[in-house]
Design a protein around this ligand. Sequence first.
Ligand code: LAG
Ligand code: CA
Length: 454
Amino acid sequence: TATAAPPGDKDVIVRLFQWNWPSVAKECKDFLGPRGVGGVHVSPPQEHIVRKDLGSPWWQDYQPVSYKIDSRRGDRAAFAAMVTACKSAGVKVYVDAVINHMAGQDVPGTGWAGSRYDHYSYPGVYADQDFHHCGRNGNDDIKNYFDRFEVQNCELVNLADLKTESEPVRNRIAGYLNDLLSLGVDGFRIDAAKHMPSADIGAIKAKLSRPAYVFQETTFAAGEPIVPDEYLPNGDVKVFAYGYDIARIFNHEKLSYLRTFGSSLPSNKAVVFTDNHDTQRGHPVLTHKDGGRYALANAFVLAWPYGTPQLMSSFEFGTTDQGPPSDADGRTKNATCFTDGWRCEHRWQVISNMIGFHNAVRGTNVNSWWDNGNDLITFGRGDKGYLVLNDEGSAVTGRSFRTPLPAGRYCDVIHGDFSGGKCSGPVYTVDGGGWFRADVAAHDAIALHANARV
Ligand code: LAG
Ligand code: CA
């Protein structure tokens, strides 16, 4: 099965977690497009449950009630306008597709757009015969992740599990995805992919009206029988180990270990990330709460040639259930970067400028690796870029670094913005032998690249 190529020459994906459609549209035009971001991963657009009684938790959105495109983030018209705006800014739109299950509510209710539902009944969409009833564990819930049948046919936290092997169910799901394609979306993040046999996802993909980029949520823990590799025929896979490894190395080990960083999955099939909305709620990963260390980790992710980087853009939360800033009716408020809890990691100076580095070095190999055997690392990418990462507790002073760069004056995009031929931060002069001299503060970096020459 051919995978629609992501991206082209711009492959970075930004996850605007829970952003409403007008805010996504504006961000595509104001920032993502101009900064060279390839695609935006948006939160689920379909009608979902409403649990105002629980304070409208963010996870309402992962409990579909119908495939109407009408959610706390906006209606169909607002969604369509967002897609148009992003595409005209040169940013592809990837939809979070929740297709393994419907809602997990034991009592009947009314969804966001007014659809009535009961646990295994979604009038006009699905009825009881469309769901698995695995007959295990007393309540049909998944308990044993080491049992393939159970993981794919029982219920993930009580969520009504669709018979993705059934033709009518596949047709319904494909109908929803095709509706999104008709509005111009470019691809899908397949939610809970591990909970569906890979062949079921493949069969649904085969029903799509045109090629779409697919990346799959394939969580994995050692010893589990269902492995991410199984899902490669459908498209790309998310590499969860990557973010855990990054956190371990930055928190407890040595940056010099990054010299061979990656995973056993092929780089061109791997979507990599420091954190996502699930791992940042209670898993050992780096997040916006780690401040500078998070920025440095993402600088490495964007500079290193393994996988398609996905950047997280979060809202602050006290409890793990807390939803995004909302109005009295539960509509998500506009995302206003750096206020009202919107952290906008993708706009942090280091992270956003390293998107430009990533694009400038695309297609080149790592060279000139040098480390001090501990937390100071340096490497080049082709003759296009050079990164120094100093995570030592003390500054490196007056050191000469040998880069693969042609002679010239380069903007340090870690501390300065490059635009209109000017740099708002430090500029380093690389000589004819590729050398430049610099001081690097503790827990700091320098990044030079071909598209930021002064
Ligand atoms: C995912 N990827 O494969 C999402 O990234 C993840 O965030 C989703 O879980 C999950 N799959 C299902 O789409 C989230 C929350 C869960 C939440 C679930 C459904 O992490 O905590 O479950 O969405 O809303 C919640 C309650 C459960 C309850 C369930 C059903 O936390 O206690 O049993 O709803 O009512
Ligand atoms: Ca399933």
